[in-house]
Design a protein around this ligand. Structure first.
Ligand SMILES: NC(=O)c1ccc[n+]([C@@H]2O[C@H](COP(=O)([O-])OP(=O)(O)OC[C@H]3O[C@@H](n4cnc5c(N)ncnc54)[C@H](OP(=O)(O)O)[C@@H]3O)[C@@H](O)[C@H]2O)c1
Length: 363
């Protein structure tokens, strides 16, 4: 089983084995229009618009005789250049960052495509084509959006929520009632961690973020307590909040000292999962800290599971889609930008102003 919905065939090809099993995506303003999208916190309409000098949408690839689909929304921005630059990015891989995920409609399918059909609403978690007006996608990179889940929410799910399910369930084995510390808690991944930990795994979440506003947002989204780590010492605050016990699970997106303080905040047999280094530095782990309290330090690299263990990867997406459809979780869209505003969108993220997911609307 690959974790996909019953009755659907498992993907026949892996990367590099794409003949006849791909879908082509094309911008189609008159096909399956997405619902109107609010622009909370996003750029205002009277903001001066300009054509981006860089980061133009890519040209659609040739797709003779191949299936086609239409990306309507993409959620392609990830804030951390660090993950995509050495030494965090494995050698020989494309830099990750822009255009990794989108939602859209399948316009056409090829002969051997069995997982999706024309008209299907899909999300894609692959490569860097989400900024394109149209693209060819291998069917193994597409998942159907369940009925009732809007395009925008669906577009925000793959990376953040896939990572959240993997980190909390597959890696940290989070149990109901446990205490989970989440750093960079108001970011896209942080809010997804809070959502999944508190609303799916019934954990008690302590959110750690860099401003009072971000802490407030994390509390609104399900955290039980918050710590502004730009104002107070993270380890000391967690100690107070847990009556000296510490947390069972820590999920860290920041790295550096924040990671080390989160590690020191673990209780007996606690687990820390390193997810990213948005603060800019990769910490070294003092092994004695692991020994003293019998704690475990784990890593998660969501995209790598697609190559190494596709069923685990697929399950993380299926869980995100199912729980969203059931109303248990809901991604927070912090801002929506138009495609021609992509440079502004990128600045919004890299200048640490964004909360939750930043989405690019292609329509
Ligand atoms: N391993 C994986 O599979 C995986 C998957 C998804 C994401 N990631 C990584 O996880 C990290 C967070 O991703 P995201 O999508 O949640 O990003 P995001 O939405 O932009 O959030 C990043 C957060 O990092 C915090 N931060 C701390 N120091 C920072 C600095 N110097 N510059 C910028 N931000 C800083 C900020 O929160 P505060 O202001 O509250 O500190 C910011 O909100 C990134 O490193 C990303 O590459 C890894």
């Amino acid at each position: 089983m690959d974790g996909r919905a019953p009755g659907r065939m498992s993907p026949a090809g892996r990367a590099g084995d794409r003949g006849g099993e791909q879908a082509r995506a094309i911008a189609a303003p008159d096909v399956h229009p997405a619902p109107p999208r609010p622009r909370p916190g996003g750029p205002t309409r009277d903001r001066p618009r300009h054509r981006p000098p860089r980061l133009r949408p890519r040209e659609p690839p040739e797709a003779a005789g191949q299936p086609r689909s239409a990306p309507l929304l993409s959620a392609p921005l990830r804030s951390s250049p660090l993950l995509s630059s050495p030494p965090a990015q494995p050698r020989g891989r494309d830099p990750a960052g822009l255009g990794m995920e989108f939602s859209g409609v399948v316009l056409e399918t090829g002969e051997n495509v069995s997982i999706v059909k024309e008209g299907d609403r899909v999300i894609c978690a692959s490569g860097s084509q989400a900024m394109a007006d149209e693209c060819i996608i291998d069917q193994k990179d597409l998942w159907q959006i369940p009925e009732g889940v809007p395009f925008q929410e669906a577009a925000a799910l793959p990376v953040s929520y896939g990572t959240a399910f993997l980190a909390l369930e597959h890696r940290a084995c989070t149990k109901p009632g446990e205490t989970v510390l989440v750093t960079a808690a108001a970011g896209a991944t942080g809010l997804a961690m809070i959502d999944v930990a508190s609303h799916v795994f019934q954990a008690k979440v302590i959110a750690a973020a860099g401003s009072d506003d971000k802490c407030r947002l994390a509390l609104q989204r399900g955290a039980a307590a918050s710590v502004n780590y730009s104002q107070v010492d993270l380890k000391e605050e967690v100690k107070k909040l847990t009556d000296g016990r510490g947390v069972d699970v820590a999920i860290d997106m920041v790295g550096g000292d924040v990671f080390l303080k989160a590690l020191r905040s673990l209780t007996w047999e606690g687990r820390i999962v390193t997810v990213g280094f948005s603060g800019g530095s990769i910490p070294s782990i003092p092994a004695n800290l692991l020994l003293l309290k019998n704690v475990s330090a784990l890593g998660v690299y969501w995209g790598r599971y697609k190559e190494q263990d596709f069923s685990v990867f697929s399950r993380s997406l299926m869980s995100a889609l199912r729980h969203t459809q059931e109303g248990r979780i809901q991604p927070h869209i912090g801002a929506v930008f138009k495609l021609e505003e992509v440079n502004e969108a990128f600045c919004h993220v890299t200048q640490r102003k964004s909360t939750g997911k930043v989405v690019i609307s292609l329509k």
